[in-house]
Design a binder for this molecule. Structure first.
Ligand SMILES: N[C@@H](CCC(=O)N[C@@H](CS)C(=O)NCC(=O)O)C(=O)O
Length: 370
């Protein structure tokens, strides 16, 4: 997938600024809030460090230091946000969590006459972070249903890619699903999946409608409240694992797009340190986690117990909870925790078999630009 957009001076949230060591922080522009970067008389952006504070290395290599500093700040911004979102998933804006009426949407789109028409339409766009578990839930659903869509990888710092319309830009979290040339926006992973399912149900014969049961609702909540919150504590469980996770993230997030090796190096080492410390000092305490791996193995056991021996949570075919749970584990695949959960000696043959069945039924991605 092409990763877009350059590295630019970016707004630094107050919460993030607080995490940046004072000697870096003092070098940042003094105004709070979004900083577009003031221009000097030549029309160029001011240098982020006041000239009197430049070391000789800085004056000789301003670009290298600038990019390195950005990597440093960026990694804090990105991964402190990730830590926060893992611990307190953002709520969708009220208008998106309640207002979407799937039947009204279908009625106002008479040109879409069948399930196939809906799935093959152009212009369904998923705004996401490649590594976000919530975004992976939605992708698992879209891929399983073979809905055609495009992925836009968002830079977690600038969110520049979302500044397409004011409404889209105002939605803080990803995933966001846009349709109808951005006139329809859905946010919150479960809300998106549920409403896409409602739209598809409209075109299905009654016997084939996928009605969400109460049990399924509870299973969806289990995925968000039990499985998702264990992702960050497992990704950054030890210094070594944090580093390995960041090695992947530094190369696959929008932050690293088009950036230098030096920037990637900073993202990796600084991000890994910040997240390792945040996990030890904050997340583990918040959730009473003493052994993150054991906790995720335990969650897997509970998940499997609910399958009652059937191939899927949904019985003979996956339901929305299967797809959500699979999406979260698929997001963990490139990391040490992903390897551990896929080791039947650490989890179980049963879990690995469920995961492989899910891989098979979900199949290749139906995204058109990956
Ligand atoms: N409840 C939301 C949570 C979404 C969420 O927290 N996403 C994180 C990324 S993993 C996010 O966008 N956080 C805000 C940010 O990055 O600024 C959902 O299920 O979609």
């Amino acid at each position: 997938m092409p990763l877009r957009s350059g590295v630019a001076r970016t707004p630094i949230p107050a919460s993030t600024a607080a995490l940046i060591p004072r000697r870096f922080n003092s070098s940042l522009p003094s105004s709070s809030g979004p900083t577009q970067g003031s221009k000097n008389t030549n029309g160029n952006h001011d240098h982020p460090f006041p000239p009197q504070r430049r070391s000789s290395f800085l004056s000789r290599h301003p670009k290298t230091v600038g990019v390195a500093a950005l990597g440093l700040v960026g990694s804090v911004a990105y991964f402190s946000t990730k830590a926060q979102s893992a611990s307190t998933p953002s709520q969708p804006p009220a208008e998106y969590s309640t207002a979407f009426d799937a039947d009204a949407w279908v009625t106002s789109h008479p040109a879409i006459r069948s399930e196939a028409d809906f799935k093959n339409q152009d212009g369904i766009i998923l705004y996401q972070y490649e590594t976000c578990p919530f975004c992976n839930k939605v992708r698992a659903y879209l891929d399983y249903e073979k809905i055609k869509y495009q992925v836009v990888e968002v830079n977690p710092m600038t969110k520049a890619e979302k500044k397409v319309t004011p409404e889209l830009a105002s939605i803080k979290a990803v995933p966001v699903l846009a349709m109808d040339g951005h006139k329809t926006l859905l946010s919150d992973s479960t809300h998106i999946i549920r409403n896409l399912n409602n739209i598809l149900n409209h075109y299905r014969p009654e016997a084939q409608r996928k009605t969400i049961t109460e049990k399924e609702q509870a299973d969806l909540a289990f995925v968000d409240q039990r499985v998702v919150i264990l992702t960050a504590p497992n990704l950054y469980r030890t210094w070594g694992e944090s580093l390995e996770s960041f090695d992947y993230l530094a190369k696959n997030s929008q932050i690293a797009a088009n950036s230098s090796k030096l920037n990637q190096w900073f993202t990796k080492y600084f991000g890994a340190s910040v997240m390792y410390l945040l996990t030890q000092k904050k997340l583990n305490k918040k959730y009473g986690i003493t052994d993150a791996r054991e906790s995720i193995y335990q969650a897997i056991k509970e998940w499997l117990a609910g399958n009652n021996g059937a191939p899927f949570r949904g019985g003979s075919s996956p339901n929305l909870a299967d797809l959500s749970c699979f999406g979260v584990f698929r997001a963990l695949e490139p990391y040490p925790v992903g390897r551990d959960v896929m080791n039947p000696e650490k989890t179980s043959e049963e879990f690995v078999a469920w995961y492989k069945r899910m891989q098979q039924v979900v199949g290749k991605t139906s995204a058109t630009n990956i």
